[in-house]
Design a binder for this molecule. Structure first.
Ligand SMILES: NC(=O)c1ccc[n+]([C@@H]2O[C@H](COP(=O)([O-])OP(=O)(O)OC[C@H]3O[C@@H](n4cnc5c(N)ncnc54)[C@H](OP(=O)(O)O)[C@@H]3O)[C@@H](O)[C@H]2O)c1
Length: 321
């Protein structure tokens, strides 16, 4: 089968279109024919090996040679002990811990798979798992957003931000989206009430405070975040710099507690099977998946470059040749 693989961290040029063996499912695995795979910030980070947390399991060289974690496709074959799915069924999954989606076929533990809901296309199903889980947990399950609250989403013009802005609006919040200048109109189109171009304004020094900061791309200090929260407010780190992550882990609980604020890492529970609430909102037409661009498997390097250079407004999806 064809796959896009790499053996060292670096820019998209290190990626190669290669021929590899179709994998054989182990006992509890399912072989999926990939129809669509969406790109996430985590693919870009694991391609380059930056921030350092993207090198978990492979400090010097990538542990997994094929990237791509949010897949949708058809069951091709099942392992000896995999009983939940039949060949031909339409399924989707987030396989961040093993990757392998930038290929014609991938083996997935059956516990990681869910059936594609009625009426949802492969592209929409591939767009949802990681970004949808981050939004659902960041806004609803751990963010506990209430009507009238002031919410700031840093990195709101990206994949997770696209769902998070819409979900926060559905909860009745007043939403501020922060991202690059190219994405301001896009964030407004999702429902953001206020938008900030991060190159022109630092939201941690503008004198405003928020009930929730959902940080998809954290680069400020723990003290800057503390200052930007209302009393009782909550800050959730999703992704960003290692220095900020270490500060949040080491100093967040204490710094926050003294001021009655919660400053934490959001460790996202990934898995298509946990997405039911956001799937329902998508099916009801209350949340829209915006697919900015589509690429072929052979074009994954261009697709990743487009995402990594900050042009993608919504999701970028790679579809089967
Ligand atoms: N905590 C967990 O359990 C967990 C699980 C899965 C994934 N993640 C993380 O989730 C993060 C977000 O993923 P995603 O797929 O939503 O990423 P994405 O689609 O790449 O979106 C990130 C957005 O942030 C923008 N951005 C970059 N620097 C910024 C800055 N200084 N200020 C404001 N915006 C900035 C980017 O645009 P520009 O590039 O143009 O600036 C982009 O629009 C990733 O870091 C990933 O590792 C965390």
């Amino acid at each position: 089968m064809k796959a896009i693989s790499y053996t060292r961290y670096g820019p998209p040029e290190v990626l190669r279109l290669t021929d590899v063996e179709v994998p054989t499912p182990r006992a509890a695995e399912v072989l999926v024919k990939v129809r669509a795979v969406s790109l996430n910030g985590s693919d870009w980070e694991t391609l380059r090996g930056k921030p350092l947390y993207s090198r978990v399991g492979g400090p010097f060289r990538p542990r997994h040679h094929i990237l791509g974690s949010d897949i949708a496709g058809q069951v091709e074959a099942v392992g000896r002990d995999a009983t939940r799915f039949q060949p031909g069924e339409e399924v989707f999954a987030d396989i961040l811990s093993q990757m392998g989606g930038f290929a014609e076929y991938v083996c997935v533990p059956e516990t990681a798979l869910a059936r594609i809901p009625t009426g949802m296309t492969y592209e929409e199903a591939a767009a949802l798992p990681q970004a949808g889980a981050i939004a659902l947990q960041g806004i609803q399950e751990k963010g506990h957003v209430q009507p009238g609250q002031q919410i700031l989403i840093n990195g709101a013009g990206g994949g997770s931000g696209m769902y998070a802005v819409q979900l926060a609006k559905l909860h009745g919040a007043e939403v501020t989206g922060v991202d690059n200048a190219e994405k301001l109109a896009f964030m407004r189109s999702l429902g953001a009430d206020h938008v900030i171009d991060y190159a022109r304004e630092n939201f941690t020094t503008n004198g405003r405070a928020y009930d929730l900061i959902l940080d998809l791309t954290a680069h400020h200090s723990v003290f800057a975040y503390q200052r930007s929260l209302t009393p009782g407010g909550r800050y959730l780190y999703v992704g960003g710099s290692m220095a900020t992550l270490l500060q949040i882990l080491l100093m967040g609980p204490l710094t926050g507690r003294t001021a009655n604020k919660k400053i934490r890492l959001l460790a996202v529970r990934l898995g298509a099977q946990h997405l039911a609430p956001i799937v329902e909102l998508c099916q009801a037409g209350k949340i829209t998946t915006v697919i900015d661009r589509r690429y072929r498997l052979s074009e994954v390097p261009e697709a990743l470059r487009y995402l990594g250079e900050g042009h993608a407004k919504g999701k970028v999806v790679v579809t089967a040749e």
